[in-house]
Design a protein. Sequence first.
Length: 146
Amino acid sequence: MQNEDQEPGQQRAPGRRLAGDIMVAGGTAALLGIIVLAVFLVYRSMTGGSTPHGLKQQLVVSTASHLDVDVIDLDFKPAVVQIPVGSTITFKFTGAATHTVTDDMNHFDSGYKGHGSTWDYTFTTAGTYTYYCKLHHVMQGKITVQ
């Protein structure tokens, strides 16, 4: 292959060809990196940043002593609740996948539960409890006990 700085009929030296191939590969990798970054930034702006989608749900305030929370595929519904001290939440595992309900501070952990399972937890101490699924970290919720 002839380069513009070569004399007619002269072939490129093997070292120069390798250097040119590396430059093309490096440029391709850089372009791919820019595309991946752009896709990530667009996705992040469309999903509201890094906040897990469960925590974007509207607060559900309950004065009852019992509340059901559905554990469905990649979500807790409702995910953000306020309950009185002494209330029990029943987590109903209605999604197809296996999930957990695990408190960030290790106050509670449902263990791995599959479709059709339920798990109850009674909140006897006031405070804020953030929880998640060990298998799907995008699944997060928050319980405020007053």
